[in-house]
Design a protein around this ligand. Structure first.
Ligand SMILES: [Zn+2]
Ligand SMILES: [Zn+2]
Length: 257
């Protein structure tokens, strides 16, 4: 199966990425994607664009070069309550918000505090996806995280850049394996994201796919392989194959702990 969409990509507007939106769209087309979202870093990240950049997305067409374009943002989580640096007024104009923990924007707390930060961000109705929850510099309680993702219908990311040798994130592969085992156990979907900071990485998910394959992860739980997966992450509507993705009750989760 081939990934159909990539919602975690950056343009030159992020301040430390190197390609334009046009270059990224061309790369998405070459890769055979049907849809691409761009998600530049929000304002707390040094070098990020002014909120006006995001506020003017209305001028960008929904389809460019036959690729369906989604306009997002990668918000920074600012505290252990899960507040993000994107106001509701702006978020409501975007197609989606990714919430991520980034080192320049928050210090790591305990696993409980870091997890609470992500769970708090998931409760924000505009947050559709948690970026790279896989970095041992910010330890997490994965059981709690997967349960919250299921309850809030927020997609947890399998971030391809985390598995590249040049990443500064730590123990990502090991953490992703823990996350995926829990997702499989509780039937919770995951989303692959390239986190591309240059055009040729758009839609690049081979390292993530190798991990999925290695552990024989059920493909119906990988949102990128189904167009319904796009609805799940963007519209919060149930997938057509409702049985394959459901929210376990708290009781079910606790029984299985
Ligand atoms: Zn970045
Ligand atoms: Zn990020």
């Amino acid at each position: 199966m081939k990934p159909l969409f990539d919602l975690h990509t950056h343009t030159i507007a992020s301040g430390h990425a190197y390609s334009t939106l046009k270059e990224n769209i061309e790369a998405a087309k070459e890769r055979g994607l049907i849809a691409m979202g761009f998600s530049d870093h929000a304002c707390t990240m040094p070098g990020a664009a002014h909120p006006f950049y995001f506020g003017n997305f209305k001028i960008i067409r929904e389809t460019i070069s036959n690729i369906r374009i989604y306009k997002g943002i990668e918000a920074n989580i600012l505290n252990y309550e899960g507040s993000i640096d994107v106001k509701n007024e702006l978020a409501s104009k975007l197609d989606y918000v990714i919430a991520s923990i980034h080192r320049p924007c928050i210090d790591s707390g305990t696993a409980e505090e870091n997890t609470q930060a992500l769970v708090g961000a998931m409760q924000n109705p505009f947050v559709k996806m948690i970026g790279h929850p896989d970095d041992s510099r910010f330890p997490l309680d994965y059981e709690e995280l997967v349960y919250a993702a299921s309850r809030e219908k927020v997609a947890l990311e399998l971030n391809n850049s985390s598995f590249c040798p040049e990443t500064t994130r730590q123990n990502c592969r090991q953490n992703a394996l823990i996350l995926l085992k829990l997702c499989r156990h509780y039937d919770v979907p995951v989303i692959m994201g390239s986190d591309a900071h240059i055009y040729y990485d758009i839609g690049e998910m081979t390292r993530s796919e190798a991990i999925l394959q290695e552990m024989d992860f059920p493909l119906e739980l990988v949102l990128n392989y189904h167009m319904e997966g796009l609805d799940y992450v963007l519209n919060q509507e149930p997938l057509s194959q409702e049985d394959s993705i459901h929210s376990p009750s708290k009781e079910t989760v606790l029984q299985n702990v």
